[in-house]
Design a protein around this ligand. Structure first.
Ligand code: FES
Length: 74
């Protein structure tokens, strides 16, 4: 196996969010967006998940990763 597939098999992407659930799914109604620009977390480390709180910057600095949010624009 390649190193990337062993990493994928051994390390969860999600370290702590809703671990009691079989699958974490969030639904966003576009009509409910109140801000013209809203950032949604894709690093699974935000304290305000599913919204981005900027924690990805710390994760990227510590690991050399390059993850960032999904931006929804009105
Ligand atoms: Fe996760 Fe920003 S905190 S993408």
């Amino acid at each position: 196996a390649s190193s990337s597939s062993s990493t994928a098999a051994g390390t969860p992407i999600n370290p702590s969010i809703k671990k009691q659930e079989a699958k974490v799914v969030d639904t966003v109604l576009i009509s409910d967006l109140r801000k013209p620009l809203q950032a949604y977390c894709r690093c699974w480390r935000s304290k305000t998940f599913p919204l981005c709180d900027g924690t990805h910057a710390k994760h990227n600095k510590e690991t050399g990763d390059n993850v960032g949010p999904l931006l929804l624009k009105k």
